[in-house]
Design a protein around this ligand. Structure first.
Ligand code: ADP
Length: 920
């Protein structure tokens, strides 16, 4: 509206101005051309008017100029005014032309602006990211840039940081490509991942093209980047799928090759076009060749080819499954039974496309089945044979099943029992023939045998055809399995009536004999006991020797007519020696062993008898003569040679007992002889020496025993004094110390008394002792020494051990000795020092072990520890352990030493329990 109005205003203004100029120009004749002022009109029209309006206005103005000139100069036209008119006309024309061209220019500019805006819209509306690259940087991105990356495109252009949104892994490749294109001017093509505003990377495809200037240089690059994420990922997925497909195909082939069957594929026309690897392995032919030649029938046994082809034809024609059992040639040239299966495969439309098949080796099953059939036939044959055989033996035979039901009896059954075989089997009525008294026993035997799958063996009375009962032995057991795997038992019965009769007679005889033997044995035991008692307990010395083995030799000599045995043996010393070697000492009593200085009876028994006396062979010869000449008793004097060669003059007697045994006894003549000798020697001197020895032993012993208690008393006394001398005397502690002192004094007195008693008379005091109590009391007595030496004390083992019998004073001495030794041994030990006393009960003894954590005892000293005066200590006496051992042995026990595996020494003594000791 405004525009129209302005247009019209312009036009009116132009007309008015033109009218005015025209009027003036018609009236006045100036020396200048007024027409030139029409230019103003033109300008007024030119502001808004179109090209045509300007041209028309210019034409009107020119016409008006000419009209005015005519009016004014019609009468006297002059050159000057004509020239002025011409000038004005030219000015109007030029101005109009200028105005028109300016209009054109403005229109062209507008169009340009419009098309630029359009281009912008266009570039912004495409889904691609568009860009332009000039010289060395990107100078344009369309709006898509911001939409995709979420970053301002102007900023990207300013900072040139667009590559930062590319995936780090793709940047280098992209930069290289770009460089290459910039150098060569080739199109730039790249695929890369770009970070999107939502934080995800998406695959992008970029294409850039150069714009080449006329002089051949690259002016700019224009390009577009489009989202190809879906395509790329789809392609990747496809590639993956393809890879997987290839793998699974390979796997399928592997599977097919690894199974033990031959797999094949054939067209419905029986054209085989595939075999797995197994084919070549089994048949030994190349599968491809077989496929090429289609001569697979050659692989079959000639006899199977025809029937097989027939089967293939009929199955394939009907589109049915193919099943065949054929013999297939093996690489080795043998044929093996094989089961062949071919399954038809149809496509979706139901058309038969292929046959897929497999062959399986069933040779072993087939041959096994054949073997089984052969065995079955043989079995049936042998069963018939057995039946025949069973009927021909003179015993009852039967067969039963796993449940013990008899299923077969041979004919003999009816012959003996008079019962038909069928009747006997029916409801197992055969049991009716068994004597009612024997039936329970038989049932138990059968049931047990069946449960354990073992044999049953029973002796029962069976009713015979004549109604009498006869003893029979029924024996049966599992023999094997039936063809169906059931247990079979076979059994037989033998008539043992005669055996039973004889057995009964024997039994009676036996019983009578046994009775006699019992009576005789009782007699013998009584006699033996008397003899043994006399033998073992007696203070008299006895030896029993066995000459039995010499008797055949002597009998032989007598047969040969030898009358003088002594003369004969002196001529034949070898035979004499051989005879002597046959004599054995069977028994000696302890009195004799002790007399001869042996510690045990066994030691003496082990000696060759001839060595036991200095004239042993002569004494034995006399004993041989007893048998030879029928003499029952001899006596005489001899000198016994004991352990270590000690000699004991004795008077001996020998009595011949039954069974070649000789019993000798001896009377020790030493004392008598010594007394006689002493009488001759200086009796006084001897007595004195004796006394010195006794006193010496007494002092050595007593010195050792008193060492510890006296030291303990001294310490106690000093400690007691200290308690009393304090500013505030500790009376309670002093009293405790004094009490202990009193106990120690008492002990000293006991030791002195005891040692004297022991030395003087071997007298010993015994009492029942509670070992645990004693150990605890001893530990308390030694408490101070233990504490001073930093030794911890512990007890293990029984809470209430059985009581033992012994001398309490000596026993305590032993414990004190062992614990003192242990404490002293640990003196040099750094760190943990401990003494542990363990009390355990053995069969009829109690064992007490004193263990320490000291250095232990050197191996070479273990044996010598108990010898008198053996010591490794500077101030040691070396009597302690010897006294301990003597004391323990005196109480009926043993004292031993050993080293512990974990280190340290252990001393163990055993003592018989009071019950054992008192029973003995
Ligand atoms: P003494 O103690 O006077 O040496 P003993 O007869 O009591 O005499 O001991 C003899 C030796 O046995 C000691 O000198 C010592 O070498 C060794 N002995 C005894 N008990 C132990 C022990 N618990 N550990 C190591 N050695 C020991």
């Amino acid at each position: 509206m405004t525009a129209d109005w302005a247009k019209w205003a312009g036009r009116i203004c132009a007309v008015v101005v033109a009218a005015i100029i025209f009027t003036i120009d018609c009236i006045v004749d100036f020396d200048v051309s007024i027409s030139i002022l029409y230019i103003g009109t033109l300008v007024a029209v030119g502001v808004r008017g179109s090209d045509n309006e300007i041209i028309r206005t210019a034409a009107v103005c020119a016409t008006l100029s000419c009209i005015s000139w005519y009016i004014v100069h019609r009468d006297a036209p002059d050159i000057a005014s004509s020239l002025r008119l011409g000038f004005a006309l030219v000015a109007i024309g030029v101005t109009a032309a200028l105005l028109v061209s300016r209009k054109h220019l403005a229109a062209a500019r507008r169009e340009l602006e419009e098309s630029r805006g359009e281009l912008q819209n266009f570039t912004d509306s495409v889904p691609q990211l568009l860009w332009r690259f000039s010289v060395d940087k990107v100078d344009f991105f369309n709006r898509r840039y911001t939409e995709l990356t979420g970053h301002d495109r102007e900023e990207a252009i300013a900072k040139q940081n667009w590559i930062e949104w590319y995936h780090p892994e793709d940047r280098t490749a992209f930069a290289e490509k770009m460089e290459h294109s910039l150098l060569t001017g080739e199109d730039l093509r790249a695929t890369f991942r770009m970070l999107h505003a939502d934080g995800s990377y998406r695959w992008m495809s970029l294409v850039g093209r150069p714009i080449i200037s006329k002089d051949g240089t690259i002016e700019k690059w224009y390009g577009g980047t489009s989202d190809v994420h879906e395509e790329v990922t789809a392609r990747q997925a496809l590639e993956r799928l393809q890879r997987e497909l290839e793998e699974s195909q390979a796997e399928l082939i592997n599977f097919m090759d690894s199974i033990p069957q031959i797999l094949w594929r054939a067209t419905p026309e029986a054209y085989v076009d595939f075999y797995n690897r197994r084919y070549s392995e089994v048949i030994g032919r190349n599968a491809d060749e077989t496929i090429e030649r289609q001569d697979w029938l050659e692989d079959f046994h000639p006899d199977d080819r025809g029937p097989y082809l027939e089967k293939v034809r009929s199955s394939f024609a009907a589109g049915e499954e193919l099943n065949a059992k054929i013999r297939l040639m093996q690489a080795s040239g043998d044929y093996r039974w094989t089961s062949l299966i071919g399954r038809p495969y149809r496509d979706k439309s139901g058309k038969l496309v292929r046959y897929y098949g497999a062959t399986t080796d069933i040779h072993d099953e087939v041959t096994a089945r054949e073997e089984l059939q052969r065995t079955r036939a043989a079995l049936e044959e042998s069963q018939a044979e057995v039946e025949f055989f069973a009927n021909s033996v003179p015993y009852i035979l039967w067969r039963s099943n796993g449940a013990g039901e008899v299923q077969f009896f041979n004919k003999r059954w009816t012959d003996i029992t008079g019962m038909a075989r069928e009747d006997a089997l029916k409801d197992q009525r055969y049991l009716e023939t068994v004597h009612p008294d024997d039936l329970p026993g038989l049932t138990v035997a059968i049931v047990t045998a069946i449960e354990t799958n073992g044999v049953s063996d029973a002796e029962v009375r069976v009713r015979q055809a004549d109604g009498t009962y006869r003893w029979m032995r029924l024996y049966d057991g599992p023999v094997g399995l039936t063809a169906d795997g059931e247990i079979q038992r076979f059994g037989g019965a033998t008539d043992i009536q005669q055996v039973v009769d004889i057995r009964r007679q024997l039994q009676e005889l036996n019983e009578t004999l046994e009775q006699r033997v019992v009576e005789r044995t009782a007699d013998l035991i009584k006699t033996e006991a008397r003899y043994a008692g006399l033998f073992d307990v007696s203070n008299m010395t006895f030896a029993e020797m066995d000459f039995k083995a010499t008797e055949p030799l002597l009998d032989e000599l007598r047969k040969r007519g030898v009358t003088d045995l002594r003369a004969y043996f002196s001529e034949h010393p070898d035979e004499f020696a051989q005879t002597l070697s046959l004599i054995r000492t069977t028994r000696v009593n302890e009195a004799l062993a002790h007399l001869m200085g042996y510690e045990s009876v066994a030691e003496l028994v082990a000696n060759p008898p001839a060595q036991n006396a200095d004239d042993g062979p002569a004494v034995l010869l006399r004993q041989l003569e007893m048998y030879y000449n029928g003499i029952n008793h001899i006596d005489g004097r001899t000198v016994l040679v004991g352990k270590g060669g000690i000699e004991i003059p004795v008077y001996y007697t020998v009595n011949r007992l039954a069974e070649g045994l000789h019993l000798s006894s001896h009377m020790n003549l030493t004392e008598q002889e010594r007394i006689a000798e002493m009488r001759e020697a200086a009796q006084e001197e001897l007595a004195r020496a004796n006394r010195i020895a006794t006193v010496g032993a007494f002092s050595a012993s007593i010195a050792h025993e008193l060492n510890q208690p006296i030291a303990s008393m001294l310490m106690d006394a000093q400690t007691g004094l200290r308690y009393l001398q304090r500013g505030e005397p500790d009376l309670e502690a002093a009293e405790r110390i004094l009490q202990r002192l009193t106990r120690t004094v008492q002990r000293v007195s006991n030791i002195v008394q005891n040692t004297r008693d022991a030395i003087q008379s071997g007298r010993r005091e015994t009492a029942r002792i509670d070992l645990r109590e004693m150990v605890e009391e001893t530990a308390e007595l030694m408490e101070r020494e233990l504490r001073r030496s930093e030794v911890s004390f512990g007890m293990r083992g029984m809470e209430a051990p059985p009581l033992v019998t012994g001398d309490p004073v000596q026993l305590q001495q032993v414990l004190i000795n062992l614990m003192t030794n242990a404490t002293e041994a640990m003196r040099e030990v750094d760190g943990h020092r401990s003494i542990t006393v363990t009390i355990v009960a053995l069969d009829d003894e109690i064992a007490v072990t004193v263990e320490d954590s000291g250095p232990g005892i050197p191996e070479e000293n273990l044996e010598r520890l108990f010898q008198p005066f053996f010591t490794t200590k500077a101030e040691g006496v070396g009597m302690g352990l010897q006294i301990c051992r003597t004391a323990i042995e005196g109480m009926g026990g043993l004292l031993t030493a050993r080293n512990l595996e974990k280190g340290g020494a252990a001393f163990t003594f055993t003592l018989p329990t009071a019950v054992t000791a008192e029973a003995a």
